[in-house]
Design a protein around this ligand. Sequence first.
Ligand SMILES: [Zn+2]
Length: 215
Amino acid sequence: MNLFDLHTHQNTSSFSIYNQSTNDQKAIAWYSLGLHPWYLKDSWVQDLEKMKVFSQDKNLMAIGECGFDLLKGSDLNLQLSAFTAQIHWAKELGLPIIMHQVKGLHLLQQILKNDSALPAIIWHAYNQKPTIGASLLNFPIYFSFGKDILKPASNAQEFLKKCPLERIFFETDDSELKIEQVFSQASLLLQLPVETLAKQVIDNWNKISKRKIDE
Ligand SMILES: [Zn+2]
């Protein structure tokens, strides 16, 4: 059984999306590319153009991580413009966004309300109050759960239990965890077999991405 890891910084598995942040780290298989809000430069337009060379690479699975970080990110207007440009690129390619989101919910909401051409946006490492996640379900927002579902009574645990199964993914991100541990914990919390969840996330993926994956 293959357990799909939506977002990882480990370049070791062929059934995961490796966060390839620079062009010199070559993924062994699937990867995502994007401009992270921590590292946005004034030259972001050119940086994005360089990434677009990979648009037709079948291993480019998602755009990201990109998004908002009002604690550690660069200038707010840069963040808004760069994220908007990346959602348009993702939409054009029919690929999802892997979103980094720290304290920028109002900016996301602004985009959700004003932009009619949205790709699927996957909020990675979700660990916010369940009411926040629930308030986004009218939009094409998905949620990826990782290490925080192993912390007792975390927001991530609470929301996972309430989130529609059609909206979930799992990830290891930059943790030391194995994706098996994340799936087993989700299986305990949701009282569903790991096999069911493994199939669910693949179905979810294939509904939102042009680059399909097989079980
Ligand atoms: Zn990450």
